[in-house]
Design a protein around this ligand. Structure first.
Ligand SMILES: Cc1cc2nc3c(=O)[nH]c(=O)nc-3n(C[C@H](O)[C@H](O)[C@H](O)COP(=O)(O)OP(=O)(O)OC[C@H]3O[C@@H](n4cnc5c(N)ncnc54)[C@H](O)[C@@H]3O)c2cc1C
Length: 368
């Protein structure tokens, strides 16, 4: 098997394939742990209720079991359960979907009014007509530590992971697939493309459905006592939708805004360094929900989202080439599902029975 791209999705796939005793060659264009894709950084939010909708719940539940298994196997803590809040006007899709998924899947949660949220988390400031779904088991995944563990475990189980090896193109050759690199061609019976923002370069027929969007996240020194603070996201009427994380051992308050400054296009694969506009945008959003809490800017980092038109993932085989699996453009919310997506990819390439119905994420869907 060849896995093209070793961000979290490709690494999780290599881990799952190597664990099954299969021969795995993983290729990435950059160095291990690079900061030019979507998977780097200390932490990612994991939510136990899902404002994006019901279709994600089977993947979420499977990923949760796999995160537990990874912690048990490694003896390490990968998930800090800080609790999580999905906040918005009571009628917002985020709040109603989060409540519906919590109820239909028996997830421990509370529905809180704006006053109830502010009583419990006094640093937050919300309009009176807002509500939130609080899930105590939501929290933060330690992404850099997880990425390293996935890579190391895959290698320990026999995977051959090669860095600074861009795949220039691929083709079918009889029963095999050939991946072309500057170091020569590699052949395998199955190919997994987990190339993040570069997937469209390897699959030109899909390039138009994959929007590359510049993202910047920033960390701020808390300017005052934050008290207890969960991870939270807000879906306000004006669509400026932030996700915010409490400080994690020495880090500051972290904030990102979905869509950020609306900078989209192929040139965002390279992006450009964060600057004053990014800082101002993120600082004003933090100030809106946590007034007076944004102290000095500690750090800003740039990365990229690859978004589909409905922000739904793509996980599946190519209709024209069933031996090729595409993962995932995860539209800014994929990290929490990574072990389940890696497992699903391994099931797809080995022809094993799928544990999860992947129909909502099929490649056919976006090609129609
Ligand atoms: C700022 C930010 C915040 C986020 N926050 C959250 C969050 O809180 N919770 C959550 O669940 N998700 C979150 N996400 C989303 C999540 O991080 C992504 O869904 C996930 O990291 C995507 O992983 P990937 O492996 O598909 O892509 P990437 O990490 O980009 O990996 C793709 C890899 O493919 C390689 N590659 C590409 N083309 C080639 C080629 N031709 N040859 C060889 N290698 C190639 C690249 O070098 C890269 O290493 C966030 C994303 C960002 C950017």
């Amino acid at each position: 098997m060849i896995v093209i791209g070793l961000g979290v999705m490709g690494s999780a796939t290599a881990w799952q394939l190597a664990r099954r005793g299969l021969s795995v060659l993983g290729l990435d264009q950059f160095e291990a742990g690079h900061e030019r894709g979507s998977s780097h950084g200390r932490a990612r939010v994991i939510r136990r209720v899902y404002g994006e909708g019901e279709i994600y719940m089977p993947l979420l539940e499977r990923a949760d079991a796999l995160w537990d298994g990874m912690e048990a196997e490694s003896g390490r803590t990968f998930l800090h359960r800080t609790g999580g809040l999905d906040i918005g006007p009571a009628s917002s899709a985020l709040v109603s979907n989060a409540a519906a998924t919590a109820q239909s899947h028996g997830v421990t949660h509370e529905r809180l009014s704006a006053a109830g949220i502010m009583a419990r988390f006094p640093a937050l400031n919300l309009p009176d007509h807002y509500e939130g779904i609080y899930a105590p088991d939501s929290g933060m995944l330690l992404s850099d530590a997880i990425n390293t563990w996935l890579r190391e475990t895959a290698v320990a189980d026999g995977a051959d992971l090669r860095w600074q090896t861009p795949v220039l193109g691929w083709r079918r050759d009889g029963q095999a697939y050939r991946a072309e690199t500057a170091a020569g061609e590699f052949a395998a019976h199955r190919l997994v493309i987990a190339a993040g923002a570069w997937a469209g370069c390897l699959l030109p027929e899909l390039d138009h459905v994959l929007a590359i969007e510049r993202q910047v996240v920033a960390w701020y020194d808390p300017a005052a006592e934050l008290g207890d603070l969960p991870v939270f996201q807000v879906e306000p009427e004006d669509g400026i939708r932030p996700y915010i994380m409490p400080p994690l051992s020495g880090d500051g308050l972290k904030i990102g805004v979905y869509g950020h400054l609306g900078q989209r296009g192929a040139e965002m694969r390279d992006g450009f360094p964060p600057g004053a506009d990014d800082d101002a945008h993120l600082r004003s959003s933090l100030d809106r929900w946590l007034p007076g809490m944004a102290g000095a800017t500690q750090l800003m980092k740039e990365c990229r989202f690859t978004r589909t038109y409905d922000d739904r993932f793509i996980i599946g085989t190519l209709p024209r080439d069933p031996g090729v699996v595409l993962l995932s453009p995860c539209s800014g919310h994929g990290y929490k599902f990574a072990p389940a997506i890696g497992e699903a990819a391994a099931d797809l390439v080995t022809g094993e029975e799928l544990r999860i119905d992947l129909t909502p994420f099929s490649v056919e869907r976006v090609l129609q």
